[in-house]
Every structure is written in structure tokens, then in C-alpha cells.
Ligand binder design. Sequence first.
Ligand code: DC
Length: 260
Amino acid sequence: MSAQSEGGEAPGADASPQSPGAGPASEVGDADMASTPNAAAPVIAIDGPTASGKGSVAHRVAAALGWHYLDSGALYRLVALMTLRDRLLGEDEAALASLAVRLPAVFLGGRIRLDGEDVTDAIRAEDIGNEASRIAVMAPVRQALVERQRSFRQAPGLVAEGRDMGTVIFPDARLKVFLTASAEARAARRYKQLKDKGISANLADLLRDLRLRDRRDATRTVAPLVPAKDALTIDSTGSDVGQTLERVLQAWRDEKRKQA
Ligand code: DC
């Protein structure tokens, strides 16, 4: 497995998941497979392409509101990690789906454990991201993860980020944001993140991989990466995380005012 980390999409390994009082949704692990979603809990869906900054923004929105947080990409990455470790599984969609449905993952205190092993950093590797994108085109795998994702919907609310949060998993989300940025800006951000971590990277390679992944995520037949019809598109090219966060929070305040 490559040691290269993709960085940006992760909300920050040291960041504790948030949910004052109720205990963070990220602390649900195996138990969440059985927990019933709370349909009354509001959802903010934040979708967008790779390295759009949605991980950082979604995490901060959840923290600001004191809501639960779902990093749906982490679930695909966990399945990808298991696939890479067991090559025999690789092409067998049914086997992958049954693995996904009983994914032995626990989200606790900002860390992710798979069968007891801390894989928080391992799942951010570039090859895991590419493999996640590959298995994410498989309908049975996507289906197997649906209930798991919905079980994160608990009071007082959920901020869910991914590719199909607003279109497939939470079509009734109160606010849907499609966060994007130019491919060049996203590649440059990732390049900087890698450099900051002391990892050597090539900007042209990053840009090429990112475009490839964009194309695969956007053109797959099941749950392609497209903005929901009722999504607010925010282009963060030229904005920093704080500015983007403020735009999302303002959109949420506007939404609440409309409903009041
Ligand atoms: O957001 P991310 O980079 O961690 O996601 C990794 C891959 O998982 C991404 O290339 C596509 C897939 N994915 C998906 O298909 N649907 C989601 N809701 C989240 C991620």
C-alpha cells in the first residue's frame, strides 16, 4: 500500500467527532448497523468531487451546529482497504457486498477501527482512494452501504458528506450543498497538503489522477456524482475553508428562516 496520503478529504484525525450531550454519531461502529435512523433529525448533505474541501467543511459545519457527522467516503475506503488486502475478493461483487454489509468498523473519537485495527490514516492513502472509486461503481456494494449510512441520522442532526448524500441516501435533506472547485485548484490544494506532510508529489500526476477519478465518479451508472436538483452549488476556487464554512452556515440560517 502506498504511504502517500490524500490528506484533504479527511476531516482531521485528531478532531473528535461532535455531538454535545448525545455522544457523537461517529461512536456508533458495529452498533449503528442495528440502530434505527431518526427520520425527524435534520440532515445537511454536502456532496462534491474529490479534494473539493467538503471533508473539512462538513466536519466544521457539524462542529459548529453540534451535530453528528458522516464521512461516507470512509465507508467506501474501508471496503477498498479490505479488498486490497484480499485480492481474491477484488472482482466478486457479491462477496464485496456481503463484506460491506457487515463491515466490522467502529468510529470512535475521530479514529476509525477495522476489526480492532486503527486504520484512520491507512484509508487516506492514494491507492485506497483509487480502489474506493473503482468499487464504488458496483451497485451491490453501494446498496450494501445504504442502511449503514442512514443509521447515522440521529438527533439533533446530521451533516453527511460524499457523492450521493443529497441524491440517494438523504433525498429529504433540509439543505443540500454541492461543493466544487476547479480541477487545478483541487490538485494544487492536495499538492500543498502532501508537501506540508513532507510527502513528495507531482502536481501534473495529481491533476491527471483527480480528473480520472472525477470522470469515473461522475459517469458511473449508479449514483453518479451530480448535484441534486435542489442543491446549492458553491464553488470554493479562491476561497478558504473559513469562507466556505460561513457560506454553508449562512445557507442553513436562511433555510431555517424559510421554515419558521
Ligand atoms: O470522498 P472520498 O475521496 O473519501 O471517497 C472515496 C471514493 O469513494 C470516491 O472516489 C468515490 C467513492 N464514494 C462514493 O462513491 N460515494 C460516496 N458517497 C462517497 C464516496
